[in-house]
Design a protein around this ligand. Sequence first.
Ligand code: PMP
Length: 458
Amino acid sequence: MYLNSLIESDRRHLIHPVSAYRAHEARGATVLASAQGMYVTDQSGHELLDAFAGLWCVNVGYGQESIVSAAAEQMRRLPYATGYFSFASEPTIRLAERLADLSPEGLTRVYFTLGGSDAVDSAIRFIVHYFNATGRPAKKQMIALDKGYHGSSSTGAGLTGLPAFHRQFDLPRAWQHHIPAPYAYRSEVGADDAALIAQSVAQLRAKVEELGAENVAAFFAEPVQGSAGVLVPPRGWLKAMRDTCRELDILFVADEVITGFGRTGPLFACESEGVSPDLMTMAKGLTAGYAPMGAVLMSEAIYAGIADGPDNHLPIGHGFTYSGHPVSAAVGLEVLSLYLEGGILANGQERGGQLQAGLAGLLDHPLVGNVRSAGMLAGIELVCDKAAKTRFAGEIDISGKLSAAAYARGLIFRAFADGTIGLAPALSCSEADMGHLLERLRATLDDVLEDKAVRSAL
Ligand code: PMP
């Protein structure tokens, strides 16, 4: 009764992000009620192993009491402090210092946001400001990858390379451009890593040449493209793209909103190739979803370009009421200490090996065309014809079938519309829970294989 009225209320009033509104109303919400460790429980009492860490964010798992205490203590002492008018709070300063210490070499300055979208939007604004302030106002064109995701702000959504974020919103804007994603499984150069890297470099060069390097401000990329269906570029790709940007005199922005905080193994994915971007965006794992927060880090050169620009005596017209929120910052500090001192980062590295070994065993499944992974981040692409790599037709609604089957098996993952499964379990996952995750995943695939429409498409 109570649950029905909640669902009814949801139908009538709550607009859900990234959903087809009427289809959602018809389906009704799955109302989540509580969570502990790797498991969430919905209002009907059904327990689900969360293999997606909420939305790639709850990297330390649910129910971490030390985070709850840190937040409560900060709320009691000082629930809010603005960063305007030169005010600050201790946790915010300490978190900025810690992030500058931990992030790739050269990123010294930290601007806090509420999440990833406004971190990307802020990066865009800082870049525009930087080139205006340093006397190169023509440098305004920005390039990103097809299928990339850079958030849902009015500026970032145009750098996002997914049609669903452009349709209906008059995006991308004239200054936003895309080059193909390094998508080994569907690239004509296939598994030849060196050729794939050379191809991406050539595509970036060609785009910069077409626009004129004097007009190009920056190239944005996720080290692993999460929302694209977890596209993992070959080793060396990130460094090659970074070096190309330097050579072409354009800024390189690493969007580590998903890949940051141990998701791919190291604290930041850039570290695995010794890459130092000019700017880096982060969110999600920064507070592990316990409070909203994101950040954009920048190099000293960019900071100085802005700080010492011709209008340096005027306040910079960019800021949020909740920039550097002290409660989120206190949460972020505690989350960092769980990763580093608490051993969760190291645990994630070990569990990543277990995940990858388990997924390799899925390649013989009749539905599985491709498996790709980096640490605790994985994509499993389903096809109805392995030789031709054919995706299931839209009317089969493979993602709807996957989500329903996973729910019945007590599992949550991301089912992308194209039939790719996204996995991003908490880095705190135990060996036993990773075993359960892999078992439930195979059982889910077996169930979907039994579906009549799926069978007849094979
Ligand atoms: N960049 C990337 C790479 C992301 O994956 C996301 C979120 N999935 C964002 C930016 C936007 O972050 P948020 O949803 O916190 O605004």
